[in-house]
Write a protein that binds this ligand. Sequence first.
Ligand code: DC
Length: 228
Amino acid sequence: MGKETINVAIDGPSGAGKSTMARLLAQQLQFVYVDTGAMYRAIGLFAQRAGLKEENIHRLEGMLCGISIDIRYEGGFQQIFLNGENVSERIRTEEISRYASLVSALPPVRQFLLGLQRRLAEENDVVMDGRDIGTVILPQAQVKIFLTATAEERARRRHRELLEKGEQISYEQVYQDLLRRDEKDTTRAAAPLRPAEDAVLFNSTEYNLEETLCELKKIIREKTGHAV
Ligand code: DC
């Protein structure tokens, strides 16, 4: 038996700051950061390129054997590879967010990624963020955090990010997209977004980045005794 690894699971809705927090926490803890949303986004990109639409997205199931998802670390940053191609930048658009939401509702897609996600957590100390990490993927995680913020605040943050990247999009459009994705992520039959019973809930609406980081570090210290 290998040594037991430390797993920190961070779940929550889009735009709550999970990835930013998970990345910073992993850096400070010297753990591996695993962004599971990027894996669903890469599969979403595959579906978009295959010309699939919402009406026939289930056809993806028969194409999974032609997909390989890989993550590698370069300069401390997770890079995601779809069939050998680095798609880390390409998956960060609103269109691919919509595809990621569609493909993530398919149980065979979730099953496909489960093995990769669990293996990473077995082999490394990880901070893993997503929607079902505390509930389904790593139910034994030593730390489970459910990070939220109001929909308005999350849309503001996401809108700012997209503008900085040069996407031309209105706040209203981002807000409406976010509400639609929240609805899909929380009501789907397969691993819907919800806090694990033993998760610590944290609402970051009134906190800035440094304050949120500080509060999450406190939770990790209390749960693991790990100096951070
Ligand atoms: O966190 P994100 O916005 O990159 O996630 C993209 C989509 O993937 C989002 O609609 C939710 C879904 N997702 C999921 O269902 N389960 C995960 N563990 C991570 C993401």
